[in-house]
Every structure is written in structure tokens, then in C-alpha cells.
Design a protein around this ligand. Sequence first.
Ligand SMILES: Nc1nc2c(ncn2[C@@H]2O[C@H](COP(=O)(O)OP(=O)(O)OP(=O)(O)O)[C@@H](O)[C@H]2O)c(=O)[nH]1
Ligand SMILES: [Mg+2]
Length: 336
Amino acid sequence: MASPFENISKLPTYEELKEIISNRYRKLNQKLEISKEMSIKAKEIARINMVYDVLKNYFEKTIYTLPHVDRLHPFYLDLLDLVVGVNEYRKSIIRLSKALRILSNIRKECLNIMRLAKKSHELAEVRRSCIGRLLSVMKRNRKYIDFLASIIFKLKTIPSIDPETPTVIVAGMPQVGKSTLVKTISTAKPKISPYPFTTKNLILGHIIGPHYKFQAIDTPGLLDRPLSERNPIELQAIMALKHVKGVIVYLFDVSITSYYTLEQQLHVLSDIEKSFNKRIIVALNKIDAMDKNKTDKLVQILENKGYVEIFRISALKGLGIVELKNKLIFELKAIT
Ligand SMILES: Nc1nc2c(ncn2[C@@H]2O[C@H](COP(=O)(O)OP(=O)(O)OP(=O)(O)O)[C@@H](O)[C@H]2O)c(=O)[nH]1
Ligand SMILES: [Mg+2]
């Protein structure tokens, strides 16, 4: 499934809209000046319609392509709120819909008045005042237009995760091998996209079998540090993952060169256990360069914590991946 924001339409800013209208007005005038068949009245109507159509088309496309807040999945609602603020988003769309109705009424009214006008200076006067009224609706809504124009790019970068497809969420401290694991267990080439409030990219892969289709994502800069060190915005970005159906794989780096100590890695695991109501599967990565003492000690601690099945893998060399993947498929099938 694509992100609900993937196909949203671009809206120009207030200043850009003004520019678009004035350019089109100039071009239209050039055409009308040489046109012999059209009456003066028809030409004035064409001018009003041009301004109306530009605004109507942009406003309509925006209103119809931006997803309705009530229809968003909680995962995307959380991200929307984080990235742009739900209230401002909702309010701006409502304002634009109202503006659209007002524009349509003004146009209708103007065309009626136009019908009664006869002399060319009367026709020009009606056109001037009508276009003035249309433009002033746009001006009154400047704040909302500019807000929506500014968020569209941000919304388009929200990653496409289907929160209802069972997902393997790979967690672990920086450099433990999360991205490598996602690539290893994914079928097709994974998709890389930014995730709000992290500097790193999120890797989304698929695990596709004869009768199932699952997702695998890593959690760049999200589930890799103690949650107590997070600011509220980061926390909200992390907690949005709660709404994604699935299991968590917590990766340990047990290599001799690991950046983080066992204690640090265990601390983050405890945080995740407390904050997520999801099944956690632990895997010890980089066994191709394993520190045996460290590994034995960790296995002991994890067993004491109640983890009966502990996977030993090398995401890089492909060791133990089949066993881990089978376990994941088993668990994900259970939640479909
Ligand atoms: N020896 C060894 N190296 C590995 C293994 N898995 C990953 N690496 C290496 O560890 C480094 C980090 O791997 P990544 O997959 O980028 O780790 P990450 O957890 O996604 O890192 P961040 O995105 O920075 O949090 C890379 O140089 C990998 O090649 C493994 O099984 N064995
Ligand atoms: Mg990574």
C-alpha cells in the first residue's frame, strides 16, 4: 500500500498563485485582442472564468487529494500530527473548501450581473469588480494556502508502510546491522525513504512467499537509544510504530568490535520491552566476528530474562538467516 500522502497534488503559494494568474491573464488578453468573432461581453466573461478556473482547479485538487483526517490509519495520523500538526491541517482544508464555495457563488453572481450590463464600460466595470472579489477571497485565505503549500513536500516524504500488513520491525543500537538484516531477509530491492525526525533513512523491504506478504523495516535512529534520552517529538515518532502490526527483532552486536557494551544494548532492549506491546525476538548478530565470552554472558542474561529462543546470525554472511526468517514467518502468520 502506498502512503496516503503519496499522490497529493502540489499547491502553489499565495504569491505563486498571483503570479500564475497574472501571467495567464496577460496571455489571455493577447489572444482576446486579436479575436474578431468574440463579443466584448464574451471576452469579459472569459477573463472572469480564467481567474476562477485557476483558483478552483488548484483548490479542488488540494482538497480532494489530501486525505481526510478521520479516514487516516492511526499510524499515519500520528505522523501527520508530528510533521505538520493535525489541527492546522484540518482547519486549512476546511477553509479552502469554504473559499471554493464562495468563489463559485461570486462567479455565478457576476455572470448574472454581466448578463444585464450592455455598454462596454459597464462590462469592464463588472469584470474588474468580479476579479477583484475573486482575488480577495484568495488573499483572505493566504495563511491557509501558504500553510498547505508548505506541507505538501513534507507529507510526500512520509514513508509508505502498510500498517495493516504484518511487519518485522528491526531494532537495535546504531551499527548493529539493522539495515543489513532488512536487506538480507527481503525479497525485492528494499525501498529507502526518510522517516520524520531522524537523519537516517528507513529501509522498507518485503518478505514474499507463496501465500503471504510481509514487510520488514529498520528503525533508523529510532529504537537505537534509551527512550529516556528522547525529546517528546522523537518519542512520538517512535511511538507511531506502535500502530504497525507485527513483531520486533532486537539485534545485538556480539562482535569483538561492537561499538556498544552489552549493558547499553540490554538497556535499550528493556526500554522497548516496556514501551511496545509486541512480541520481541532477539538475535545476536555478527557471529562471524563473535566475541565468545561476551556472547556466552549475553545468552545467560537473556535466558534469565525469559528468552528461550535466541538466534545467532550473521546478517552480512547469511549465517542463521534461514532459521530466523522461518521463525519470523511463523510469528507473522499467526497475527495475519
Ligand atoms: N562482521 C559483520 N559485520 C556486519 C554484519 N552485519 C552488519 N555488519 C556491518 O556492520 C556495519 C553496520 O551495519 P548496518 O546494517 O548499516 O547497521 P545499522 O544497524 O543499520 O546501522 P545504523 O543505521 O547506523 O543504526 C556495516 O559495516 C555492516 O557491513 C555481520 O553479520 N557481520
Ligand atoms: Mg541502518
